[in-house]
Design a protein around this ligand. Structure first.
Ligand code: CP
Length: 357
């Protein structure tokens, strides 16, 4: 792997992604061969936001590789509660650990952390932006359960606006041949513009629809997501959206016999419990694939670690990102970094928000 940090899977070539899938499958088949692979190495899990799967699968992955784990899952039990900045926390932890997995509610946090860390940083979810290791989980699942990552009709249903797993998955699957997307949501929760830009740039076909029952017969994969309550301004807005899309046995009667159901979990009410017993439901086995995917990722990233922090001071743009969920809003010392988009538009390098110069 050429990249030091994993902020977005776009940093990996398709070949590198396929190598991780192959390694994950080899670890799954021969776990004993990898039991000492990371002996003496330390993973830090810095979870500023709640998690069951991502945090525990990262920890289990490192322990199964013979390494050790430090970190926090509640920032109130760390010096964050005393007002410590992200930069200072990362600078310190990057001196203790060999690799860091970080989750935070603000978009672009992993990118910001990577500017100050001697150790490789893995984005374990940054607000409603991206979740690349969930996508590794998803592609390992799809590759094993469908036998291919090409030529699929992929339905994504639920909170496509705030669902970071949706954004990462679309980005990655857009690079594989012949995939098309059916985006099933209410008009308020459609995918952000930067994800439409990705699909347009890659030439992937997509349609936006509002009926799961009508879309389901055409799908090879259905990726269900929960409505992300924690991203809504108030409970009333969330209440308007919850319960609109529910996958149940009746809808499954309309689905192809080989359609696979994925879900990043946690589930709230968007998949009825009795669908769990349908052989097409893959969301629990998906969590196990995720552990092997993270084992493979840790191995690959540690092979590449150089121990050097980004010491140089980055020059800062004269404008600042207008996205109120961008990490630059709360960590004000961060340099303002943008990529030109053409015309008078630039893209924030932390949160991918579009900004006018
Ligand atoms: N899929 C996922 O990110 O789950 P957790 O929030 O439990 O980590």
């Amino acid at each position: 792997m050429k990249t030091k940090h994993l902020i977005d899977l776009e940093a990996l070539s398709t070949e590198e992604l396929m190598e991780i899938i192959a390694l994950a499958n080899d670890i799954r088949e021969n776990p004993a061969a990898y039991a000492e692979r990371c002996r003496g190495k330390i993973l830090a899990t810095l979870f500023y936001e709640p998690s069951t799967r991502t945090q525990m699968s990262f920890k289990t992955a490192m322990l199964r590789l013979g390494g050790s784990v430090i970190g926090f899952d509640n920032p109130q039990n760390s010096s964050v509660a005393k007002g410590e900045s992200l930069k200072d926390t990362i600078t310190v932890v990057g001196g203790y650990a060999d690799i860091i997995a970080i989750r935070h509610s603000m978009e672009g946090t992993a990118k910001a952390a990577s500017l100050y860390s001697a150790a490789p940083v893995i984005n374990a979810g940054d607000g409603g932006h991206l979740h690349p290791t969930q996508t590794l989980t998803d592609v390992v699942t799809l590759y094993n359960e469908k036998g291919t990552l090409d030529n699929m009709c992929i339905g994504l249903c639920g909170d496509l606006k705030n669902g970071r797993t949706v954004h990462s998955l679309i980005k990655t699957m857009s690079h594989f041949k012949g995939n098309r997307f059916v985006l099933i949501s209410t008009p308020e929760l459609t995918v952000p513009q930067y994800i439409k830009d990705v699909m347009n740039a890659s030439g992937c076909r997509y349609t936006e629809v509002s009926s799961l029952a009508e879309a389901i017969p055409m799908l090879d994969v259905l990726y269900m997501t929960r409505i992300q309550r924690e991203r809504f301004k108030n409970y009333e807005e969330y209440e308007k959206q919850r319960g609109v899309f529910v996958l149940d046995r009746e809808k499954m009667l309309r689905a192809r016999p080989d359609m696979k159901i994925l879900h990043p979990l946690p589930r709230v009410d968007e998949i009825a419990e009795d669908v769990d017993y349908d052989s097409r439901a893959k969301y629990f086995v998906q969590t196990v694939y995720g552990m092997y995917a993270r084992m493979a990722l840790i191995i690959k990233m540690l092979e590449n670690a150089d121990g050097k922090p980004m010491a140089r001071k980055l020059s800062t743009h004269h404008i600042r990102c207008t996205n109120p969920n961008c990490i630059t809003y709360t960590e004000e010392y961060l340099p303002h970094l943008f990529r030109p988009l053409g015309g008078d538009m630039v893209l924030c390098q932390y949160c991918e928000g579009r900004n006018l110069i």
